[in-house]
Design a protein around this ligand. Structure first.
Ligand code: FES
Ligand SMILES: [Fe+2]
Length: 383
């Protein structure tokens, strides 16, 4: 996609990227010995926890005749289909039992698999790895393992993950918010990275009005699979920033915001030994539906009785404003209007499309991704 100064036509293709981890369900909604339905990238899943609490994810369709497996029984180890009672290992999907077989029928039961997916619990969510689709007609075989562990929220230090085995520097708290949005993944991501809607969508008397709009200038740099808004003093309109001001000098507070394919926005605000970190994802459920999940972690507000609740309320309000906006936008999108991306405010959205295209191209050619950004860039907009 060329960089143009003029408004650019934009046609999101809503393509959902495979070969990545996605958040499936909040961990506190998935109980031991129970089966729960979930959908990711139009793939129906049955998610559960075994007797020991370890999560698993299977394709919600029996390989025998397609019966949804969530209708079956689960004994904490094997999932039993409700139609003919075939049993599958919850973790790897391997068939354990076909009740109709007689003693002299030697069908190799253990060569049959229900579709299964790598599954991990991380920071309050059950994550599922969605691999690239196999060749057509490949059927049901042992699953592909994920190349990396599920993403984590940065909990101290710099963005990029706490090194393996490193001690957790602080005790911290965790909270999440989730909202369904009736738009494609692309519109969900554009909304997530859009700096210009704030004064219009996120107005509140105690917060800001459209009159607080002012010019901003931010530096961006390429990072693997994404881009970073370089460390800077957060916008005075940022909620955690306002609270952190109670702890530290305004100039000692910095924030770094990353966007990384396929769908992650992470932000960490640091003020000396205190930090507030969030990992927001927009997850494709179907071609026309996505879900936003915000998970925040922080080591501040120990003394503030209402700190976390207050913050959760503020975030809930923001997420609801975004959700409502996208619900209305979906009305407009029904009739395929022409759309555009303008500079500089929509440049992050342009980078998202370019990253997605570069990622697909690299995969097609089986080589390293060529990053669409040549180097650091400064963007200016009013918000
Ligand atoms: S459809 Fe599941 S056992 Fe037959
Ligand atoms: Fe927003």
């Amino acid at each position: 996609m060329p960089e143009l100064d003029s408004p650019q036509r934009q046609a999101p293709d809503s393509l959902m990227l495979t070969g990545f981890w996605y958040r499936a369900l909040p961990a506190d909604r998935v109980h031991r010995n129970q089966l729960h339905q979930a959908m990711l990238l139009e793939i129906p899943l049955v998610v559960g926890r075994d007797r020991a609490g370890r999560p698993f994810a299977l394709r919600d369709a029996c390989p025998h005749r397609g019966m949804p497996l969530h209708c079956g029984n689960f004994d904490g180890e094997n999932v039993e289909c409700s139609y003919h009672g075939w049993q599958f290992d919850a973790h790897n999907g391997q068939c354990e039992l076909i009740p109709s077989l007689t003693a002299d029928q030697n069908l190799k039961v253990d060569r049959i698999y229900a579709g299964s997916y790598p599954c991990e619990e991380q920071d309050g969510f059950i994550w599922v790895y969605i691999p690239d689709p196999g060749p057509p007609g490949a059927g049901f075989s042992a699953r592909e393992e994920a190349p990396d562990p599920a993403p984590q929220i940065e909990k101290s230090g710099s963005l990029g993950g706490v090194p393996e085995g490193a001690p957790k520097k602080d005790k911290y708290k965790l909270a999440y918010l989730t909202a369904d949005m009736p738009v494609s993944i692309d519109h969900g991501i554009i909304g997530l990275m859009d700096p210009a809607h704030g004064p219009f969508v996120h107005q509140a008397w105690w917060w800001r009005s459209r009159h607080s709009i002012h010019e901003k200038k931010k530096n961006f740099e390429p990072i693997p699979n994404g881009f970073r808004m370089s460390a800077h003093t957060p916008s005075s309109n940022s909620a955690p920033y306002r609270l952190l001001r109670l702890y530290a000098d305004a100039d000692s507070i910095t924030t770094t915001i990353d966007f990384v394919l396929p769908n992650m926005r992470s932000e960490i605000i640091r003020a000396g030994k205190y930090w507030f970190s969030s990992l927001t994802t927009v997850t494709p459920i179907t071609r026309n539906r996505c879900r936003i999940d915000v998970v925040a972690a922080w080591n501040i507000f120990h003394w503030m009785p209402f700190g976390p609740e207050l913050l959760k309320l503020v975030f809930a309000k923001f997420v609801e404003q975004d959700r409502r906006t996208m619900e209305l936008q979906a009305e407009g999108l029904k009739h395929n209007p022409h759309l555009m991306l303008i500079d500089d405010a929509d440049r992050p959205a342009k980078w998202y499309f370019q990253l997605k295209a570069a990622h697909l191209e690299a995969k097609r050619l089986g080589r390293e991704m060529k990053h669409p950004m040549a180097g650091p860039v400064t963007l200016r907009w009013r918000s």
